[in-house]
Design a binder for this molecule. Structure first.
Ligand SMILES: O=c1nc2n(C[C@H](O)[C@H](O)[C@H](O)CO)c3cc(O)ccc3cc-2c(=O)[nH]1
Ligand SMILES: C[C@H]1O[C@@H](n2cnc3c(N)ncnc32)[C@H](O)[C@@H]1O
Ligand code: MET
Ligand code: SF4
Length: 357
């Protein structure tokens, strides 16, 4: 049983046979993708406050140090993004930051907001005004929280991380796999194009990886909302010293993801954290959000490769590199996309992505 699944009323029905099937997949069983995509983004770390303390994460600050970006700071980042031709504003920050930190709560109140989601909504609105599409990943969300921001986001996301009960999520404040799955399900119920993924090397085993991918597949089969699944290797930093997964582990996991997930769901590996050249034959078809402007605030020691290097990676594999929006094409014309976001998309696509700087 997946920890927290019963509590969050998540019932998944895959069986042992499907797990065995996923476990039997290797790189030789999948084909390389015919194209590689990426999105040009700016990272907007709204706050470093977080209710959790994942042991692999350097992003969160202890209470007292945590900060909140002001509207003007956010505007400045967004404008730099637009100038650099970015299409995505990646809003990602600590989970429920106002829950544990009175300073964050008080600052929000001073700015006239009763929750981080109310502020996020205003910042997404600002992004659309400035001319860039919001993709928010605020961690776990209730239906009410997600509904408050879904119509001002082109897509949203949360990493499942793993369905296993790992020590990295231990302690009194721990991510619950059941709650993560409930967040992914909520996105499906609300019709939000969604990004999720697994974090590899945090203490999970092969069976857990198979189970995590099957859980994502089942939720996607119900709602059709998963646009991409990130296979992210955990990276070393000053809090996490247990190392990153071996190349062979990444190769088998990417192949497992490709073989387990339906064809329309992209398999993304971030080029700053993994040797993507050596994973292309395992079925990656997306390199995720890459920023010409901001650092990866979650993994600040790992710089983004230049766009020229992405071209080089695609060339090496003999496939075209294509820029995409934070929302995948198949959702753009659907009723899931609000009028407000559609207008933002129209403005961006009037100047073809391929002809931009
Ligand atoms: O720069 C990063 N982008 C991350 N992204 C952004 C992602 O690369 C792109 O924003 C998506 O591909 C959407 O275009 C995430 C998005 C999610 O929805 C969920 C998790 C992540 C994780 C990261 C991350 O660690 N670093
Ligand atoms: C936004 C996402 O960043 C990921 N994340 C957090 N810390 C690390 C790390 N050390 N290495 C790789 N990914 C990490 C988690 O998967 C989170 O969901
Ligand atoms: C640095 S993690 C950012 C998003 C959120 N706190 C999560 O873990 O999912
Ligand atoms: S990974 Fe996300 S939830 Fe975990 S401590 Fe870092 S910011 Fe918080």
């Amino acid at each position: 049983m997946i920890p927290g699944a019963a509590e969050h009323d998540v019932d998944l029905t895959f069986d042992e046979r499907e797990i065995d099937q996923a476990l039997s997949v290797g790189p030789e069983d999948v084909s390389p993708a015919p194209t590689l995509t990426f999105a040009r983004n700016v990272f907007v770390p709204l706050t470093t406050a977080c209710r959790y303390t994942c042991t692999y994460c350097t992003y969160y600050d202890p209470p007292g140090r945590a900060t909140l970006l002001s509207r003007e700071e956010v505007r400045e980042i967004l404008e730099r993004g637009v100038e650099a031709g970015c299409t995505e504003a990646l809003f990602t920050f600590g989970d429920d930051p106002d829950d544990r930190y009175t300073a964050v709560h008080d600052q929000l109140a001073e700015w006239g907001h009763d929750s981080i989601h109310a502020y996020l909504r205003e910042m997404c609105d600002l992004a659309l005004d400035v001319g860039i599409l919001p993709h928010s990943n605020p961690g776990d969300q209730t239906e009410e929280q997600m509904a408050a921001v879904s119509e001002v986001n082109a897509s949203m996301g949360v990493m499942l991380e793993t369905t296993a009960d790992v020590q990295a999520h231990g302690g009194p404040r721990a991510k619950s796999p059941g709650q993560r799955l409930a967040t992914i399900r909520t996105a499906g119920e609300l019709g939000v194009p969604f990004t999720t993924g697994i974090l590899v090397g945090i203490g999970e085993g092969w069976r857990d990886r198979a189970e995590s991918l099957l859980a994502i597949r089942e939720l996607h089969e119900r709602y059709g909302h998963v646009q991409e699944v990130i296979v992210q290797p955990v990276s070393n930093n000053e809090r996490w010293r247990e190392g990153s997964p071996e190349l062979e582990t990444m190769r088998r996991t990417v192949a497992m993801a490709r073989a387990t997930l339906p064809e329309e769901v992209s398999v993304q590996v971030p080029p700053n954290l993994a040797p993507v050249r050596e994973l292309l034959d395992c079925g990656i078809d997306d390199l995720g959000g890459v920023s010409p402007v901001t650092t990866d605030h979650v993994n600040p020691d790992y710089a983004w490769p230049a766009l020229r290097e992405l071209e080089d990676i695609a060339d090496g594999a003999g496939v075209p590199l294509e820029e995409r929006l934070p929302v995948y094409d198949r959702y753009v014309e659907s009723e899931w996309i609000s009028e407000r976001v559609r207008r933002g998309i129209d403005v961006l696509t009037r100047s073809p992505l391929s002809s931009r700087a």
